[in-house]
Design a protein around this ligand. Structure first.
Ligand SMILES: [Zn+2]
Length: 138
């Protein structure tokens, strides 16, 4: 549990182009309900609830800690460009290895965790360094 796990969770989703990162931000920081967020993104409120629960778990079960971590981490995670994008022809393509796949967040995340954990780890280190610098300069 903790920052590293939360970062890994969010970065995989961002790389896979899963808007879950925005959904949990809207819930924890903007206090929107899971059903409103579900409607906004066209997913079930159970899916949103699932993302919210995972973020809470990774924050040690503390809502306050989840809010604090997300506040700092969200803008940095959102700077990462997704690697799974539409190929313009009904499928999705991975910009890192060229593999084509169905446009589905679960398929995309599976691809990222199976093939590109090295990239995920680089982004984790990068974000940790940026957070450290911030702590130092303030
Ligand atoms: Zn790939």
């Amino acid at each position: 549990m903790g920052l590293l796990e939360l970062l890994e969770y969010l970065i995989v989703k961002q790389l896979a182009n899963n808007p879950a990162v925005d959904m949990v931000y809207k819930h924890f920081i903007e206090f929107q309900s899971v059903s409103d967020i579900g409607r906004m993104y066209g997913v079930s409120k159970h899916s949103v609830r699932g993302y919210v629960t995972r973020v809470l778990e990774k924050s040690g079960g503390s809502r306050t800690k989840a809010m604090t971590l997300l506040k700092y981490v969200y803008p940095l995670v959102k700077e990462i460009r997704p690697v799974i994008v539409s190929d313009g022809d009904g499928l999705c393509i991975c910009l890192l290895c060229g593999e084509k796949m169905m446009c589905n967040v679960n398929v995309a995340e599976f691809h990222v965790t199976r093939k590109h954990m090295d990239i995920v780890r680089l982004y984790i280190d990068d974000i940790i360094n940026k957070l450290r610098l911030r702590v130092k300069t303030h």
